[in-house]
Every structure is written in structure tokens, then in C-alpha cells.
Design a protein around this ligand. Structure first.
Ligand code: NDP
Length: 249
């Protein structure tokens, strides 16, 4: 694909991602607590492993398919893999309930998303948004990488709090406490959004922007749905807690 074709592909991908936002605000993706239990499904753990596999493998494959790309590209790949070795290979084995299932449709659409997203970002790092060594001193890289790491820590620690709630209780839900749950219902989603906004800034690339747009389109509606769900089921749910942004949203 030449540079012009690639640019068009990413703009179309951004438009599709933005169009998902109103769709998902009306219809919550049917997995986890919003699952409707209908249709073919896979065990959740297997679903996550399949869905996230392209994110783990496609960007490194893009590096193997191109000549050596300089230190900055490898630093950015290391950040990407910091997230995806956790999400794709560690997180699935931390899910506690062995009974949980994920609809095949969610797995298939997740797989398609991570395949395209991994390819666009992998090609961006290795061909279309190459950075020279001086980029590590650029304020965009420093700010973006800082946000990425901060978002990663919030995301993984908040996921950890949620996963620990299931200790010994197969499918029960409880009100999460501690960490940023003091302020919002979905700090794991807030952390993930900060991470990929940081990625967009650190890479200063269209592919990075597309990932930030898709992440917001996926997780903002889901955070609002989780928040409503908690409020409906737990009368004692802390009234000051917001969905995604402390004091605001
Ligand atoms: P959730 O917060 O819905 O669930 C995370 C895990 O914790 C699940 O195993 C869930 O069980 C369990 N859990 C959640 N809340 C409770 C509770 N109150 N009591 C007991 N157990 C609970 O996250 P998702 O499954 O939607 O996403 C997992 C990760 O993937 C997150 O870090 C998210 O940021 C990331 N992600 C990223 C996307 C992107 O576009 N970049 C898109 C989707 C997810 P159960 O499944 O049974 O509800």
C-alpha cells in the first residue's frame, strides 16, 4: 500500500470508529454484565486470547517485514507490547470465573478490529510515521509516553481490583472500592482511554489518532452503561461517584 492509499485507509477507519460512538451509546456491546446469553459463544478466557492475538503479533510482524527502523520505533513498539502482552497473554488468565462466556460475534468483531488496528499502527511505526532519534526529546513524545504509562498503571491496577472481587464467587458482582473507584465507576476504562490518547500524542500519527478515537467510541458508552447498571442494582451505590471522569461525567 502506498502512502496515499494508507492515509485514505486510516481516515476511513477513523470515520468508522467515530460512527460507532452513537451506535454503542444506543446498544451496549453484549458481553460481561451486558451479555444477553443468546447465540453461539466461547469461554471468556478463550475469547480474550483469540480477540487480542493480532494486537500481540501483528505489529512485531510489521517490524520483521521491514528493514531495521531505529531506536524510537522500537521504544514505541515496547510501549505497545507492554500493554498487549498484558491484555493478550496475561489478563485472560487472571479472569476468575471459568463459567463466563463471550458471544462469538463479539470475539469475531474484536478480532477484526485488533487485526486492522495492529496492522495500521504496525505500518505506521515501521513505514509511514518514522521518527528519528531526536524524537525522544520532543515534548509530544515525553508527554504522550508519560500519559501512556500513567494510563497503563491505572488500567491494570483497576482491572486488578475488579478481578479480585470474584475471589471464590463464580459470577457475582460487588461494588468495587479503593483506588480511583472512589471517584468513578470505570477507572480501568479511563486508564485505557488515557493510554491510547497518550499513544496518539507520542506517535503523533494518524494511526495513533484512529486508535484513540476507537477506544473512546468503545469505552465511553460502556462506562455510562456500567454506571447506570451499578446505580440500578445497588441502592447504596456511592452517589458522588461518576462514570468515567471525576466530578464531571
Ligand atoms: P469490565 O470492567 O466490564 O470487567 C473486567 C473484569 O472484571 C471482568 O472479568 C468482569 O466480569 C469483572 N468485573 C467487572 N466489574 C465487576 C464487579 N463489580 N464485581 C465483580 N467482577 C467484576 O471490563 P471489560 O471486560 O469490558 O474490559 C476488560 C479490559 O479490556 C479493560 O481493561 C478495558 O479497558 C479493556 N478494553 C479495551 C477496549 C478498547 O477499545 N481499547 C475495548 C474493551 C475492553 P464479567 O466479564 O463477568 O462482567
Amino acid at each position: 500500500m502506498d502512502a496515499e492509499g494508507y492515509r485514505w485507509a486510516v481516515w476511513i477507519w477513523i470515520a468508522v470508529g467515530a460512527a460507532m460512538l452513537p451506535v454503542l451509546l444506543r446498544r451496549t456491546a453484549p458481553y460481561g454484565r451486558h451479555s444477553q446469553g443468546a447465540g453461539a459463544s466461547l469461554p471468556s478466557r478463550l475469547g480474550w486470547l483469540v480477540m487480542e492475538a493480532p494486537s500481540v503479533w501483528v505489529p512485531p510482524a510489521c517490524f520483521l517485514a521491514s528493514p531495521p527502523r531505529g531506536v524510537v520505533a522500537y521504544v514505541l513498539l515496547a510501549l505497545w507490547e507492554l500493554h498487549y502482552l498484558n491484555r493478550g497473554l496475561v489478563y485472560p488468565f487472571r479472569i476468575r470465573s471459568s463459567e463466563a462466556r463471550m458471544p462469538l460475534l463479539v470475539v469475531a468483531s474484536g478480532f477484526l478490529f485488533t487485526l486492522v488496528n495492529g496492522f495500521l499502527n504496525g505500518r505506521s511505526l515501521t513505514v509511514f510515521a518514522l521518527r528519528d532519534r531526536a524524537w525522544v526529546h520532543d515534548p509530544r513524545f515525553i508527554l504522550g509516553a508519560g500519559l501512556f504509562v500513567a494510563g497503563f498503571l491505572v488500567n491494570t491496577s483497576s482491572d486488578g481490583i475488579l478481578l479480585a472481587l470474584r475471589d471464590g464467587r463464580a459470577t457475582r458482582y460487588a461494588v468495587p472500592t479503593g483506588g480511583l473507584f472512589r471517584y468513578i465507576s470505570c477507572p480501568n476504562y479511563a486508564g485505557e482511554i488515557v493510554e491510547w490518547c497518550g499513544w496518539a500524542i507520542a506517535t503523533w500519527s494518524l494511526a495513533g489518532l484512529s486508535f484513540a478515537v476507537w477506544t473512546i467510541a468503545n469505552l465511553l458508552p460502556r462506562a455510562l452503561a456500567h454506571h447506570r447498571w451499578y446505580r440500578e442494582r445497588f441502592p447504596e451505590y456511592p452517589p458522588e461517584r461518576r462514570a468515567l471522569v471525576p466530578r464531571l461525567l
